[in-house]
Design a protein around this ligand. Sequence first.
Ligand code: PLP
Length: 496
Amino acid sequence: MTAQDRIAPEETLDPADWAEARSLAHRMVDDAIDHVSSVRDRPIWQEMPAAVRGTFAGPLPQAPQQLTAVYAEITANLMPYPMGNIHPRFWMWYMGAGNFTGALADFLAAIDGSNLGGGNMAAALVDRQVTDWIRDMMGFPEGSSGTLVNGGSMANIIGLMTARNAMAGVDLRQESVDAMPQPLRFYASDQVHACHQKAMNLLGLGKRSLSKVPSDDAFRMDPGALKDRIRADRDYGTRPACVIATASTTNTGSIDDLSAIADLCAEEGLWLHVDGCIGALIAIAPDHRQLVAGIERADSLALDLHKGLQAPFDVGCALVRDCRQHRQTFAEDAEYLQKMSRGIAAAEFLHDYNLDTTRGFRALKIWMMLKEHGVAKFGRLLDQGIAQAQYLTGLIAREPSLELMAPTVTDVVCFRANPGGMEEAALRALNIEIMLQLQEAGIAAVSDTTVKEHHCLRVAICNHRTRRADLDLLVTEVLRLGGPRATTCAGTTLPA
Ligand SMILES: *Cc1c(COP(=O)(O)O)cnc(C)c1O
């Protein structure tokens, strides 16, 4: 050691002045409450001025500055320009609106600071308890296992990887997919979420191993066509391995016939994975739970708590019926991670059920939300979203210049403005223009999609702040922008 090393002051990231930190933190909480409680009074979204955008292009900070100054940048340049999904009129793609208790929980989780890779601490018990609660909400039996992950895409990967390893015919923890006696085939409807293609890529099976089964007029997988494909693939020498059923498709909110598909999987000896990222939680909604009857028969299930439970991002969950198969797929031994009979390592490693090592304390927000409100309220909120979607569907049906584009089954509504006499391409341009003008004016956020080759607007009501009056406003504004009287006006702004 040199003399200089000996005298170098030791540093920490803790505040130099805790009293100052306390007062700034209190201000942040006050500002946060104002921000959330007044969200309805603000535009849902606004374009960032170039000067604001420019502030995010600065160089790596070298010199320190006061945290109050950093926070001032946040209030000026970040908080006014959110995506908008906490706003009551955000219905774009499919998200949740978050909630204040969940936000507090994320803060407290970081303060507790535990690494949920596993260990003998209270946070690990909370993680376990939350996955047990989710298992119970979904009607999965004891002896099934669950793991919290960052979202639905990862939850699907966990389920599909377990399915692949269970069906491979070789030990894929030791061997490559080339060693499988037969190539595996997975099946899903043509409405399946794109994350499954990523998963097939990751699992070394390739997109071509995912057979897209046609959907019927109600956008549900056709079980007859599924059966034919399974038979044909067997005859061809491939191994039908897994059916991915979707409980609430991203495009239209349709739900595959889970009971029929579960019967077929049982008959044919296939793994049933349900992508329930949107709809699995309908199982707790008293008025609509029959829509997902049979979901409890899945071998694995992916669901999203930042959607249906409206937890702040990010948190999803994978459940696997047979906990041994689940653990066998992911547990690896490491000399530096040995379980002890006493102390901090005297507990099961929670990362033995997923691809992570370090894991954040996502469980706390779910734990606090469920304790505060009770599970029944979340079920009612899901029913409320579906009832609002039906309400919007009724408004659309009354307007001759609006056209419903898919049956409304859950909380997704597909429709378009169609003032009459326009070609498909012009209708598409008109509806895209309506969608963009609604966003740019800060009125509402809807997305678009294509169903059965028709472009349309898509309203996904996974938002506990939405009121029916918000949907009235949406219809009024769509009519103003795209209705018969406004056609020429909107028409002049159409892209060439
Ligand atoms: C949202 C969604 C996903 C992906 O979930 P993330 O949480 O966004 O990763 C997968 N499948 C379906 C049906 C979805 O709606």
